[in-house]
Design a protein around this ligand. Structure first.
Ligand SMILES: [Fe+2]
Ligand SMILES: [Fe+2]
Length: 268
């Protein structure tokens, strides 16, 4: 049964190099056949660039997803259509560049990957994530064996809502964006694995990936500060799901944590 490892937001050089330099070992450690990662913070903590996307996919990542930081790097809007294994959030306006989904094929198994943006407290234009996920899944019926739907959102209720909305239709509904892993991973009654937030892959001695002091100072005085990616205590967080290709549903779910300096068991 194919196992998909979903990796939470890669943050800056520490997050992306931990993954790109250790792909084979990480795959073995988690027993994964397909690797999908959110890369919205892979370039300096904010956004993605074509060279970094290529570094990650050439290293062996099968799919890269994005979020609200998608356009942070100038020129990425020109590059995204040339990046075969990168998709944009599906519910951005239709005229935005980038593919609204990916189909990843491995050994005859076809995984549809869709990211939708939440609409609560998200400073980016996007349509209803429920309708967009529903529409796209109908459109792709018969073209894929299972769906991975990522909900890139701020609020837990909006993420949980999509999980229950798609229960019995997606193999996995996984949240990203808050960079803090949640402990509620489970398989819902109709067979969809669900996790409110995968967490980030990057330095955990930080505030959601960036150095601590400027953020504490800004929280106190509201003055602008430059945020810099932190460096210490790099960890990969995400989840692994085994998928029955006949039903397109989850048969097994685990949260995953692999620490750069101490490779203990992969599963939490
Ligand atoms: Fe992020
Ligand atoms: Fe985000």
């Amino acid at each position: 049964m194919p196992r998909v490892l979903f990796i939470g937001d890669l943050v800056g050089r520490p997050g992306r190099t931990f993954v790109s330099k250790n792909i084979d070992a990480l795959k073995r450690h988690a027993g994964a056949d397909i690797l999908v990662a959110n890369a919205e913070n892979a370039a300096g903590g904010f956004g993605l660039t074509a060279p970094i996307a290529k570094e990650l996919t050439e290293a062996g990542l099968d799919g890269l997803t994005l979020g609200n930081h998608i356009w942070d790097h100038a020129g990425f809007d020109q590059d995204i259509d040339h990046l075969e294994r990168v998709c944009r959030p599906a519910n951005l306006p239709d005229q935005c560049p980038g593919k609204p989904y990916l189909i990843i094929e491995k050994d005859g198994f076809r995984l549809g990957v869709i990211t939708v943006l939440g609409t609560h407290f998200m400073n980016i234009k996007a349509s209803c994530p429920f309708k967009k996920a529903d529409d796209l899944m109908r459109e792709l019926e018969g073209q894929v064996d299972a769906f991975l739907v990522e909900m890139h959102a701020e609020t837990t209720a909006e993420k949980m809502g999509l999980g229950w909305f798609l229960d019995g239709r997606a193999a996995l509904v996984v949240g990203t964006h808050t960079h803090v892993p949640t402990a509620d991973g489970r398989i819902l009654p109709r067979g969809t694995a669900y996790l409110t937030d995968a967490g980030m892959t990057g330095p955990y001695d930080s505030i959601i990936g960036c150095t601590i002091e400027p953020i504490i100072a800004k929280l106190q005085d509201g003055m602008p500060r430059r945020y810099v990616v932190a460096s210490d205590n790099v960890q990969l967080w995400g989840c692994a799901v085994d998928i029955d290709p006949k039903t397109g549903l989850a048969t097994h779910f685990e949260s995953v944590c692999i620490k750069e300096n101490d490779w203990g068991p992969a599963f939490v």
